[in-house]
Each structure stands twice: as C-alpha cells, then as structure tokens.
Design a protein. Structure first.
Lengths: 398, 233
C-alpha cells in the first residue's frame, strides 16, 4: 500500500502558528485574557513566596530559639501577676540557657514630646526599664544613636522604640533631644529598629533599670523575660521555665515563642493568597472562553483553507492538530506574556519592600500546565468541528 | 489497452434538500493513464460534483469509484487522504492560494502532507515553478500576481507531488482568453509528459482543443468521444 499522509512535527507547529501570524492583532487581543489571568496568579504566588522568603530570612537572622516569659494573670484575683525580681538570675542559672534579659513595665510613667503636652495624650507609649543585655537577647538593632549601656543606665537617658520615635516625631538621637518622661526630662540617646521578635519594644521608651528604680518609682519586678537556648533544647527549657521563673505560682506564667507568631503571620496570608489565586483562575477561565471564541471564528473563516488542506492530503487528524495547536499556541502566547508580567510585578513589589525576589518553579510549571490545558480545552470543540467538516462543503464556501 | 486510472460505474450522488438534487445519476466513465479529458456541460449539470467524487473529496451515494484500480469506498479517511496527498492533484477555479505566502511556499504546500522535509519541498517547488514559467515570481505573494499567474501557481501546487491524476475545475474560467490559453498550453505540455488530466470547462472552444471530450447533462454522460473507439485507444 502507498505511504500514508504525514505531517512532520515541525510543520504541524508551523501550520498552527501560521494562522496566528496571519492575524497578529487578533492573536494578541485574544491572548490578553489568559495573560491577565496567568499574570495575576503568578504575581500572587510570587509575592506571597517573596514575603515568606523575607520572613524566613529574618528568622534565619534572628533565630527561632527565643522564648519569652510573662507573669500572666493572677489566678485568684484576676489582676496582673508579677515575676519575682530574682527570676532573671534563676533562669540564667538553667543549664542550656545561653542568654537572658528582661524588661519591666514602669507604671504611671508616660512619655511626652514636651512638658506642655496634655497628660492624657500618652500616644499609647509605655515605659520599660531595660537590662543592658536586652538587645543581644532579642536580636534588636540600634537605628541611630547608642544603647543604654552600663554607663548610661544610671542617668536620665532613654532609647525609643521605632514606633515611639515615629509617634513623637523624633529622628535624632545625638543627645540634643529630650522627652518629658515621668515628670522630668530624659535625653534621647538612641532609637531602635523595629524589633521583629519583640514587637512590644517598638511602642516603648526604654530607660535604664537603676534610673527607673531611683527616679520613676519602679518596683524592680520584671514583666517580661527574654531567654535563648540552643535550638535543640528549646522545648526542654520551655517545660521548666514557668517553675524556674516563678516557683511560687508557676501556673500563672505564660511562655511563648515569638518566632512561631512570625511564621504564623506568613501562614495567615495564605487565605488571601488562595482567594486571589481563585480570582486569577476566573480571569484565566474568561481568557479561555475568549480563545475558544476566536478559534470558532477562525474555523468558520477558514473553511476554504480547510477544504484545500484536505485536498492536499490532510487527514481529519491533521486538521484537528492544526487548530488544536493554534489554540494552544494562542493560549501559550498569553501564558508566556502573563508569566513575564507576573514576574515583573513580583520583582517590582519585592523591590519596593526590600524583600528578596522569590518565584517558585512550581508556579511557572503550573502556569504552563494551566495554559496548555486551557488552550487545549478551548480549542477542542473548534478543532473537532474543523476536522468533521466535509472537504467539499468546506471548499464550496467562498 | 492502457492502464486504467479512473473507473466509474453507475455512480450517483444526490444532495438532500427540498427538493433533493440528483447531481449525478448513474455515471459510467473510464479514463486511461496519460489521457487528457475535457469535461463539458452546462452550469449545474454536475461537473464539479463529478470531479469531487473522482478526487475522493466527496463520496458517491451508489456505484463504484476506482482510482488506480482501488475501490475508494473501501478506504478510510487516512487512506483517502494518502491518495490525495500522493496521487491526486487538484486545481480549483478559485485558486485557493494562501494569502501572504510566497508562490514558492504555496507550491511547496502541495507536498506538505507527504512528510517531506521543508528544504526538499522548496527545492521541488522551485523546479515546478520553473516548469510553469514562474521562476521569477517565486517570492511574490498571490496579491502581487496576475490572475493567470495565480492559476499557474495553483497548477504548480497540484503538480509538485507528481500526481498520477490531475483534476482541474475550470482552470481558465476566471481568466482572460490569453491567460487561459497559457494555462491550457501548460496542461497540454503536462499531458505530453504523460500526466493523466481531467479538465472541466464551460468553454466549447477550449474543449475543442482537447483530445477527448465528455459531455455531461443533468447528471449523466450525454456523449463521450472515447466510447465508440474505446477499444482502439
Ligand atoms: N452542496 C450542495 N447541496 C445541494 N445541492 C448542490 C450542492 N452542490 C451542488 N448542488 C447542486 O447539484 C447540481 C450540480 O452542481 P455542480 O456544482 O456539480 O454543477 P456544475 O456542473 O459544476 O456547475 P457549474 O458549471 O455552474 O460549476 C446543481 O444543480 C447544484 O445546485
Ligand atoms: Mg462547477
């Protein structure tokens, strides 16, 4: 028997592309819907991956071995419990513990920009007595000025948390600015960067422990302990921390791991990500309908071409492959454009927030698969219709 | 007796409708290898229908159609397509050239479904364009060609696969007499080279130049030059 009709793979691709090349504007417009859908999905995944990468990077830098100890609620009276003044030393004596520090909230000491300000306008800023080793324990950083070292801790000097500095409108910490704190002037010697593992410090004004006790009537009871131990021992330490920090009322003590909260923040973004992803999916669906519509029109318009190809020896399968290929190429055009756009949006967004750029490979693979699938589904009916067309009927339309 | 290329026996083709149209009513036709046959008849007499059935683009409702001794009703879509890809060349009245594509590539498309590589298809298309006298128009697009040149490109596309059978539906119908004559001259040359050719034509002058004429009227063969001397050919 004679050789069968045969369309080479490269030719099939060329034939499928020829239809698009003949009407480039139409191709671009009908690929736009898919491009928008894919761009939205890629950008959503990319932005959430970049944000997670940022948090991972921060956790990497800050460590996940920090535990905080709070006195919690007094079980009998319901009032705020306190930790014993010696709790810091007791925790420090535990074997695996590598560093401990503490802050103590100074009651009734509020911070104002000047002595002229209404006392009720506290700006939500609390005053903490801070131990000199606080920054090392929480992984905090000085944005400007200096920290309350042993030399400064005995003087009326203050270091402001990032939010505090912003609320008070203070950006200089060269010793030229003072704030009205607890009915006297405290010189601002430093401003902190946002403390990710100890966000409570952001809206605080930190003064030295001795100054707090001497000038602000502080009772010396820590209200929050910060403790670090080797990663592998964190859970062991966590189990015995309450009894160590407050042997008399261990059940009142609350221990938490701030890095968990930070990681959880990334996880809560997932709901939003899923929602946005679904919206991108809807755009993709609408784009697919656009492609299907274009293909139906193309098949109707190109009946005589179909008839001619059949006369030249194309099988029904060849005709189907041609239009299916055209549909997939059309969708692919949108997919590539959309993926590029999504990548640009992601990198732009990441750049403005100083995040690392992260776009997981699975997102691109998924986008490619979704595009091919949409193209194939959109093209299935028009291609089948083209293939079913009788050659004479196709040729009869001029 | 020459080898038979086409053999039609009692072929009928009816288009359903209201009323149904009996386009072919029992056509018998035999065409030997290397013949040049003109199919003549008034409009609506069934010439195009006959050519479509011959070219396996359309199926007969009854009767047998044999091409190269093979009953086409026993062939499936793939086999029929193979037949069209390798053995049958079509020239249509409306050219059906791809717009925006050079003459060379239009002609090369005649080999698209034979699975030959592009370079080979182009090489043979170049030769065939030379053959129809359009070597210097290889890189022109259809809209840059005259009607007669377009039709010659269409003939070249039908010829490029060296079909054993060339079917031409009014190849001169849309052309002025001079262009028409040049296309006809081309067909005569091909005939001299041994290609089997069926040409539909309205034009009795054109038909008069052909060695064998088959007249169709109302779906059946009214006269056929070959019949009285059939054994002699
Ligand atoms: N698809 C169709 N459906 C219904 N009737 C058709 C169809 N195609 C052709 N016919 C009818 O069949 C008859 C034969 O048509 P055909 O096209 O074969 O004529 P023809 O001899 O080629 O005419 P012309 O010289 O005008 O091209 C005509 O009466 C025509 O109306
Ligand atoms: Mg006709």
């Amino acid at each position: 028997m004679m050789h069968p009709s045969r369309l080479r793979q490269g030719d099939a691709l060329r034939v499928a592309g020829a239809g698009l090349k003949a009407r480039p504007l139409r191709a671009v417009l009908s690929a736009l819907g898919i491009a928008i859908g894919i761009a939205a999905m890629v950008a959503v995944v990319g932005i959430s991956a970049s944000s997670r990468a940022e948090i991972d990077q921060q956790l990497q830098a800050l460590g996940t071995n920090l535990l905080t100890v709070e006195p919690g609620q007094e079980l009998r009276s319901g009032g705020t419990a306190t930790l014993p003044a010696e709790s810091v030393d007791m925790v420090a004596r535990m074997g695996p513990v590598t560093s401990v520090s503490a802050v103590g909230e100074v009651d009734d000491a509020f911070v104002y920009r000047s002595d002229q300000i209404d006392e009720l306008k506290t700006n939500g800023i609390s005053t903490f007595a801070a131990r000199p080793d606080l920054l090392g324990a929480v992984g905090g950083e000085i944005a400007s000025g200096r920290w309350l070292d042993d030399a400064l801790a005995a003087y009326p000097t203050v270091v402001l948390g990032a939010t505090t500095a912003e609320r008070l409108g203070i950006s200089q910490a060269d010793g030229s600015v003072a704030v009205w704190l607890g009915e006297r002037w405290f010189t601002v010697v430093g401003i902190l960067n946002p403390a990710l593992l100890a966000p409570e410090l952001d809206a605080a004004a930190l003064v030295g422990w001795p100054v707090a006790e001497e000038l602000l009537g502080y009772d010396g009871a820590p209200t929050r302990l910060y403790e670090r131990s080797p990663e592998s021992r964190v859970e062991d330490v966590r189990a015995v921390l309450p009894a160590t920090a407050n042997p008399e009322n261990p059940e009142e003590v609350t221990v938490s791991r701030p890095s968990d909260a930070l990681a959880a923040r990334a996880a809560t973004d997932e709901t939003l990500t899923t929602l946005l992803l679904a919206l991108g999916g809807v755009a993709l669906l609408v784009g697919g309908i656009g492609v299907a519509n274009t293909m139906v029109i193309a098949v109707l318009e190109r009946r005589s071409e179909i008839g001619l190809r059949r006369a030249l020896g194309a099988t029904r399968a060849h005709v189907r492959i041609q239009f299916l290929g055209e549909s997939v190429l059309l969708a692919g055009l949108g997919g590539i454009g959309g993926a590029a756009l999504g990548g640009v949006v992601t990198s732009g967004f990441a750049a403005t927030r100083d995040w690392p750029f992260a776009l997981p490979l699975w997102a691109l693979v998924g986008a490619a698969a979704a595009t091919i699938l949409v193209g194939a589904i959109a093209g299935a009916y028009p291609a089948a219709r083209a293939a079913r067309m009788s050659p004479t009927a196709a040729l009869a339309t001029v | 007796m020459t080898e038979t290329v086409i053999e039609l026996a009692q072929v009928t083709r009816m288009y359903p409708g209201n009323p149904p149209v009996h386009a072919l009513r029992g056509v018998n036709l035999r065409v030997g290898r290397g013949e040049l046959v003109g199919i003549v008849g008034p409009s609506g007499s069934g010439k195009t229908t006959l050519l479509n059935v011959l070219g396996t683009l359309d199926r007969a409702d009854a009767g047998t159609v044999c091409i190269d001794g093979q009953d086409v009703s026993t062939l499936d879509d793939r086999q029929l397509s193979a037949l069209r890809a390798h053995r049958i060349g079509f020239v249509f009245q409306q050219f059906f050239l791809s717009p925006g594509v050079s003459s060379l590539d239009n002609v090369a498309d005649g080999l698209l479904y034979t699975g030959q590589p592009l370079a080979e298809r182009r090489r043979r298309a170049t030769q065939t364009l030379e053959r129809v006298g359009l070597a210097d128009r290889a890189h022109h697009r259809p809209n840059e060609l005259s009607g007669g040149q377009r039709q010659r490109v269409a003939v070249a596309r039908a010829l490029v696969g060296r079909p054993s059978l060339l079917l031409a539906d009014e190849p001169t119908g849309a052309l002025d007499s001079e262009s028409g004559a040049s296309v006809l001259e081309l067909l005569r040359e091909l005939h001299e080279d041994g290609t089997t050719i069926l040409v539909i034509t309205h034009d009795h002058d054109v038909a008069g130049l052909l060695p064998r004429q088959v007249h169709i009227r109302d779906g059946h063969i009214a006269s056929d030059d070959a019949l009285p001397t059939r054994e002699g050919r």
